[in-house]
Design a protein around this ligand. Sequence first.
Ligand SMILES: Nc1ncnc2c1ncn2[C@@H]1O[C@H](COP(=O)(O)OP(=O)(O)OP(=O)(O)O)[C@@H](O)[C@H]1O
Ligand SMILES: [Mg+2]
Length: 280
Amino acid sequence: MTQNSASVPATAESAVAAAPVKLRLANVAKTFENAGQNVEALKPINLEIREGEYVVLFGPSGCGKSTLLNLVAGFEEPTSGEITLEGRRVTRPGHDRLMMFQEHALFPWLKVIDNVVYGLGWRPGYRFRPRLRRQKARELLKLMHLEEFARSPIHELSGGMKQRAALARALAPDPKVLLIDEPFPALDALVRARLYGELQDILVRTRKTIVSVTHDPREAACLGDRVIVFTGRPGSIKTEIKVDLPRPRDINDPQVAGYAGKIAALLEEGQRETIPGEKV
Ligand SMILES: Nc1ncnc2c1ncn2[C@@H]1O[C@H](COP(=O)(O)OP(=O)(O)OP(=O)(O)O)[C@@H](O)[C@H]1O
Ligand SMILES: [Mg+2]
């Protein structure tokens, strides 16, 4: 099922195109049943995500974006269809698919470094090696420019620093896929812009496969290799847009704004457009 990636091309973009499929959703649908009432959240979804790809799910409130992440995380079961990770069926939560929640990701009673050390307990080869875990935790905090705050309690961190600490902890078990639901909602514009830059920098360095959810077309255009645009509930894939811009991208770059405008228009007008890079 996976493809041969022996000859990886030179550019990051073509490297992703040639990478094996990591995550596959085949006809994945979800209907919730509550007190005899059915809520159809997602119509059948078909999606393939390649190793190292950053895919953004974008759509109106209630279209099933969080539901889709929860299905991939294994917190919910699809009503029909199948999700596979590296060809193996997803049936329950696992440390190979890590969901990054916002502040909930951090234990407030532990120092920053101990939160990351905890996350490393799930990583093969680290569990019974406390010194190695501490050393690795320091490396991850350095990656997030948080080494000076390793011994700080969580409540002393700013919102943006908490997000970076949460990212360090999410990356600690070395998940195959990182799932992020609305990563930066409550942050001011400057902090967000810096975090977008840092997240991309980390992406380039770790080549993680990431699926994130957002309402914000600019965020989608800034972060995504591909943006999956959903219809309103019950959600289905309306179209997908490939963002052909080099990284790191600046959220204030006019080209990012151009893509964001197209993405927003797709949502608002509910009609299909042809734009450069869009996959038909
Ligand atoms: N556990 C549940 N039980 C019943 N209905 C649910 C449950 N979880 C979600 N839903 C319904 O499924 C639909 C999709 O919800 P979901 O949270 O996935 O939307 P979303 O796209 O993430 O929305 P938002 O952008 O507002 O976060 C909504 O109508 C919601 O009410
Ligand atoms: Mg949601």
